[in-house]
Design a protein around this ligand. Structure first.
Ligand code: AMP
Ligand code: MG
Length: 416
């Protein structure tokens, strides 16, 4: 058995970031930048009001209440034309340009109007700059706003739009082909023939990949047949950036994925026994013909998804150009005992993580922990990492890999 860190290093050393290409900004969300983005204009582009109220000269307001003549009215989108002289003000809405001569804004709540709105009485003094947003407050022209390696999320997309960026050099998201192997598999939803099971791994992996922002190609299922498997992999490699197969990497008589990868990948192939539970067997190869990485995951459904988390996802993220490869690893507290036996492996226990009133993440087993018991994985939102030993007692600290932050119920909660 080899440590997970060694398996991961081997995989990552064989997966290169994909070649970047120029993309319309509207298509770039979720992609990783391959060039710096520089601002060619400031944000905000002009000095403007942060409040609905009156643009004034601060010096006029030193002895409130102050009566000022209202000489203009500016909505967001109106161009400021009129100069504000001593004793004058301009009614102004949030986002409208500060008129020349004015240097502060009195919020409307601290004013009252007289004489049908031609006079405003300012009830408190303001300093120069009060409620004013200066041009370039957020970003100055010439700033490097984002560097290469930035994973473009929603706020990045807003910033790019604010700057008028129209195209970017980004890395493509890998397109991943997924197949299941095994003579026992059926994709039918009709009655099961004797000794057959339904293919759970391909739908689970396709869903996981999609949720993680990768492109997917459904390559279907293939029996334990070396020729058919080799043909499928070679064809799929011409249209996918990476391939993920499940089943057939263990030490059984029909574990053909291992054998086929050896043939197609030669010295770039490695079959491993990793010191983790679940997901001990794993094979990885880079195809000689196309240079496509192929991940051979174990067939047991929980093992396939755990193997994906630890080995496939980080590699695909590296190919996408991401700098953060792994999910958040957090300190939690065991809410119940999480026992285990000594076997030299790191155990990854499917758990439900919650926060109660104190905000501390607390975890419980989410159900049956057999590697064929996918239901407990569906009910979980994290994997508890139990190092070799006797496990963790209730109240003790345990590290978790947070798989699904959207499914961590937040405070306030009923305690369990
Ligand atoms: P293998 O890794 O091929 O030896 O398979 C290990 C176990 O996982 C066996 O019980 C298989 O029947 C089961 N298995 C393999 N592939 C799948 C799949 N796609 N969906 C559900 N179970 C599977
Ligand atoms: Mg099999």
């Amino acid at each position: 058995m080899i440590p997970i860190a060694e398996a991961r290093r081997f995989v990552l050393s064989s997966c290169r970031a994909l070649t970047p290409s120029r993309m319309a900004v509207g298509d770039a969300s979720g992609h990783v930048l391959a060039e710096p983005v520089r601002a060619t204009e400031p944000v905000p582009p002009f000095t403007n009001s942060a409040m609905d109220g009156y643009a004034v000269r601060a010096a006029d307001t030193v002895a409130p209440p102050t009566r000022l003549r209202v000489v203009d009215s500016l909505m967001a989108g109106d161009d400021a034309q009129i100069f504000v002289s001593a004793g004058e003000s301009v009614r102004i809405m949030t986002g409208a340009p500060l008129p020349p001569g004015a240097d502060a804004v009195c919020m409307v709540e601290l004013t009252r109007v007289e004489e049908g709105g031609s006079i405003v009485v300012v009830q408190e003094s303001v300093n120069a700059g009060t409620h004013v947003r200066n041009a370039g407050d957020d970003i100055e022209a010439g700033d490097e706003v984002f560097g290469p390696g930035t994973d473009l999320g929603p706020a990045h997309m807003g910033v790019l739009a604010s700057l008028g960026v129209d195209s970017l050099l980004v890395r493509p998201r890998p397109v991943v082909g997924v197949l299941s192997t095994g003579d026992e598999l059926t994709t039918s939803t009709g009655p099961l023939a004797p000794a057959k099971i339904r293919d759970a791994n391909r739908p689970a992996l396709l869903s996981r990949l999609g949720a993680d922002g990768f492109g997917t190609v459904d390559l279907g299922t293939v029996g334990d047949d070396e020729t058919a498997l080799a043909a499928l992999l070679e064809e799929a490699a011409t249209r996918c950036d990476a391939l993920v197969a499940s089943g057939g990497v263990s030490v059984g008589d029909r574990d053909v994925v291992k054998t086929v990868l050896q043939k197609l990948g030669g010295t770039m192939t490695r079959s491993m026994q990793i010191a983790i539970k679940p997901a001990k067997p794993f094979a990885f190869s880079v195809l000689e013909t196309t240079g496509t990485p192929v991940f051979g995951l174990p067939g047991n459904p929980v093992s396939a998804l755990v193997s994906y988390e630890l080995l496939v996802r980080p590699a695909l993220r590296a190919m996408a150009g991401c700098t953060v490869l792994d999910r958040a690893r957090l300190a939690a507290v065991a809410d119940v005992d999480l026992p285990r036996s000594r076997d030299g492996k790191l155990h990854l226990v499917r758990v439900t993580a919650r926060t109660v009133e104190d905000g501390v993440l607390r975890v419980r087993s989410s159900g049956g922990q057999g590697s064929h018991m996918l239901r407990a994985m569906a009910d979980s939102n994290a994997l508890a990492l139990l190092p070799d030993g006797d496990g963790v007692h209730a109240g003790e600290r345990v590290e978790v890999l947070l798989l699904d932050a959207d499914r961590v119920p937040a405070s306030p909660w009923e305690p369990w």
